[in-house]
Ligand binder design. Sequence first.
Ligand SMILES: Cc1cc2nc3c(=O)[nH]c(=O)nc-3n(C[C@H](O)[C@H](O)[C@H](O)COP(=O)(O)O)c2cc1C
Length: 343
Amino acid sequence: MLYTSLLRPLLFRLSAEHAHNLTMAQIGMLQSHALGRSILKSFVGSITPSPVQAMGLTFEHPVGLAAGLDKNAEAMEGFFTLGFSHVEIGTLTPRPQPGNPQPRLFRLPADQAIINRMGFNNKGAENAAQRLAMRTSRWKIVGGNIGKNKETPNEQAHEDYVLAMQALHQHVDYFTVNISSPNTPGLRDLQHEAALKFLLETVAKENQRLGSKPLAVKVAPDLTKEEVQNMARLAAEAGFQGIIATNTTIGRSVEKTSADRIAAIGAGGLSGRPLTHKSTEVVSWIKEAVQENLSIIGVGGVFTAQDVIDKRNAGADLVQVYTGFVYQGPGMIKELEPAWKIG
Ligand SMILES: Cc1cc2nc3c(=O)[nH]c(=O)nc-3n(C[C@H](O)[C@H](O)[C@H](O)COP(=O)(O)O)c2cc1C
C-alpha cells in the first residue's frame, strides 16, 4: 500500500534505470543493520513456510526473485528479508562488462510491463563471488545465472560458462545456464540442437568435476512447442535438474501502450503482464515433455497469488518474479502468500 500509493509514484518519476539503482541502493543500505532489516521485514511480516522440493533442494516456499534484478549479489540480505525463498543472481559473465548504452530500460505502466536491452551489464563473476563469500545464516537458496561475454564468439561460448561456473561454484546452491536473453547478439542461437547439446554437456561435465550442484537451463518464450520440448529432453539427457521458463520475449503483443511508443523504444525483451499467458503455456509444454524428470521454474508476468497458482497448475514447481516486483513493490511476497497458504 505504502509502495503503490507513495513510493512507486515517486520512483516512476525517475528514469527506469535511475529508479532501479536508487532502489538497490536503499535495499543495500537497509539490509546492513538490524533496524534497516526490521523496516524491510515490516513490508511482509512473517511468511508461512510451505516447503517445496525442486532440483534436489528444499525451498521454504515456491516464490523466488528472478535473474537480472540483483545481478551482482549486492542486496541478497535485503531480498531474503523481503521473504523470497531464493534469489537468482546474474546474469554474470566471466569478465565485467558495461552492457548496452543507456537508455536501455523502459516501463510500460499501462500494460504493467517492461522492455529492457540491458545486455548483461555486470561486474563479473569473480566480483560477485567475493560478495557471496560474506553469506549469512539469514540467506536462503542462491542461484547463479551465468552467461557469456558479448565479445566471445558462440564457438567459444562454453569456455565463458565454464569460467563463470568456476568462479561461483562454491558460493551458489544451483546454476542457471542462460542462453535465452534477446540482448546479447547471437546468444539465442545456442538454443539450437547441436550447439545446445555441446554447451549443456560441457557445463555438466565441469560441474561434476567441481562437485555437482543442481543445473537449470533458461529458455526463451519465442520458440515453438517442438523446440521447447526438444530443449527440455536435451537438458534432462545432459543431467540437468531444472528448466526455467521463460526469459523476456521479443514479441510486442501489448494492449494499451501506443504503437508509436513501442516503436520509439526499439529493441529489447518484453516482460510483465503481456508475458503471463505465454510463459505459462511454455511451462505446460515442458511438463508434457519431461514428466517428473526435471523441476520446472515458471517465470513471466506473475503479479498475484492466482498467477502463482496458474503457473503451478501448469506444472511449475517454483515460480520467480521480476517485473511484478517493480509494480507491486516490497510487500509482494505477502501478496503472493495465499497461493501456498491455501493451495
Ligand atoms: C530489466 C531486466 C533485466 C533482466 N536481466 C536478466 C538477466 O540478466 N538474466 C536473465 O536470465 N534474465 C533476465 N531478465 C529476465 C527475468 O529474469 C524474467 O525471466 C523475465 O523478466 C520474465 O519475468 P517477469 O515478467 O516477472 O519480469 C531480466 C528482466 C528484466 C525486466
